[in-house]
Write a protein that binds this ligand. Structure first.
Ligand code: SAM
Ligand code: SF4
Length: 471
């Protein structure tokens, strides 16, 4: 596959710093861009202060994420006072949402949305030369990409999805873009556009290439990955087919997929998980609430009981499955009884872990248009803390069963927050690994283990971490 950019800088190679806010999709986009910019002759820098170009990959899912970006732009404006030649690009969901408005910010030179990722290296190169501000977002975000746009995105993904910016041995592969669900609180359909599944042949070719480069675990990414569907002639490919095709690729030992939606969850995915040893027994399946009234107002398309029935089915078909959930607390009109229904659901679900968010009104979404953000911040905070506390107690109890067991992990590398002092950490590094079921395991071992599978005997457990010794 031909590379897109050839740039020979006249002097020193230019430095680029990429700062990521947001989800796994954004991390993947940042990683692809990093590879593309390196290919174009840039050097990746960990610091904004000494970079020629700074890319901020933004998230719009909650107001807080956008506030953090604005505060970061304030910091860059300050840097620009002494180094006015720096080019600052705001990319991703917030760029798509705010477009020209963002370009007016003193610190900003480029604004480009998620569908414009393939054009960004060229935009950076142009702006470094011309110093002219540039804007590229999708005008009608809910209209389908043209074939040419989809192809450009696919080619970019295929070309730059190298493993050099990944955790050793692991890669993320997007199987779908966008979302058609319109959960009433959510901005994603308005910034990432309509749902589109990538062709299975492209995905499989990409994974084969990654496997040849030493990737052992792939995570298939989509906003509602379980609704993956690609029609080719009279054949329809679903997520279960992708899981099977990925499992058959030489070198791929583990395959994961995130995130699933409880509506129309297809049993064939669970059967693939039960039958194929490569498919990790892990499901990230947000519930959002336990109250049927709130779930309806959120337009989620299932009830609390239906959600619990799905978990029971998953545990029947895949006995060892680990399940993670997301919840939003303080959705408009959420009463104490509604919140209690969420607490009850969490008690019954016995998740491995939960992500809990305080409702944040997002401009233009159904909930924000029709409903008042009427739950006081203090109540949102209390409900958030109560739910996390409950989940912590459940995880603490359930994790105890691991004590004395031997688990297999894929080692990621040295722990960022070693529980040992610095000298000890140098001599006998503390590593992080994850089981197929996504449990985090901390153990001592050589740094060279990063990207390798290892057996660890669990000696101590905590709510979010298991501790053990390498066998
Ligand atoms: N597509 C995934 C799904 O449907 O579960 C998740 C996408 S979203 C980026 C990740 C999580 O952010 C959601 O599961 C939800 O809990 C949370 N979220 C989305 N919009 C939110 C909002 N307006 N306020 C608070 N949390 C929100
Ligand atoms: Fe947002 Fe709902 Fe789509 Fe997930 S499924 S991205 S929460 S609209």
């Amino acid at each position: 596959m031909a590379k897109f950019f050839i740039l020979i800088f006249p002097m020193e190679p230019r430095k680029v710093h990429i700062k990521n806010f947001g989800c796994q999709m954004n991390k993947l986009d940042s990683s692809l861009l990093g590879s593309a910019l390196e290919d174009a002759g840039f050097i990746l820098s960990t610091k904004a202060a000494d970079a020629d170009a700074v890319l901020i990959n933004t998230c719009s899912v909650r107001g807080h994420a956008e506030e953090r970006v604005f505060s970061h732009l304030g910091h860059l404006k300050h840097i620009k006072e002494t180094r006015p030649q720096i080019v600052v690009a705001v990319i991703g969901c917030m760029a798509q949402r705010l477009g020209a408005e963002l370009l007016e910010h003193d610190a900003v030179d480029i604004v480009a949305g998620p569908s414009q990722i393939p054009q960004i290296p060229e935009m950076v190169i142009q702006t470094l030369q011309s110093r002219k501000k540039a804007l590229s977002v999708t005008e009608k975000i809910r209209s389908k990409n043209t074939e040419a746009q989809s192809k450009a995105l696919d080619d970019f993904e295929f070309t730059y999805d190298t493993d050099k910016n990944h955790i050793p041995g692991q890669a993320f592969v997007r199987v779908m873009r966008g979302c058609n669900n319109f959960c009433t609180y959510c901005i994603v359909p308005y910034v990432r556009g309509p749902e589109i599944s990538r062709p299975p042949q492209t995905i499989i070719e990409q994974i084969k290439k990654l496997a040849e480069k030493g990737i052992r675990q792939v995570t298939l990414l989509g906003q509602t990955v379980n609704s993956y569907v690609y029609n080719a002639g009279d054949r329809s490919y679903r997520l279960a087919d992708l899981l099977e095709m990925t499992s058959n690729i030489d070198g791929i030992k583990w395959v994961r997929f995130i995130t699933s939606h409880p509506k129309h969850f297809d049993d064939s995915i669970l059967r693939a998980m039960a039958q194929l040893s490569e498919v990790c027994e892990y499901l990230h399946i947000p519930a959002q609430s336990g109250s049927d009234r709130i779930l309806k107002a959120m337009n989620r398309g299932y009830t609390g009981d239906e959600y619990l029935a799905l978990l029971a089915e998953a545990r029947k078909i895949v006995p060892g499955i680990a399940i993670a959930g997301d919840f939003i607390v303080g959705f408009p009109g959420e009463t104490d009884d509604d919140f209690q229904a969420t607490v009850d659901l969490v008690k019954k679900a016995r998740f491995k872990n939960c992500f809990v968010f305080k409702y944040s009104p997002r401009p233009g979404t159904g909930a924000d248009n029709k409903l008042k953000d009427d739950i006081p911040e203090e109540i949102k905070k209390q409900r958030n803390a109560r739910l996390l506390d409950l989940q912590n107690r459940i995880s603490d109890e359930d994790n105890k069963r691991f004590a004395g067991q031997t688990v297999e992990v894929l080692a990621e590398g040295p722990s960022k927050k070693p529980h040992l002092n610095k000298a000890e950490h140098e001599n006998n590094p503390q590593l992080i690994g994850r089981t197929a079921t996504d449990y985090i395991v901390v153990f001592n071992g050589p740094k060279s283990l990063a990207g390798q599978f290892a057996k660890v005997r669990i000696t101590k457990t905590a709510p979010v971490t298991l501790f053990g010794s390498l066998l």
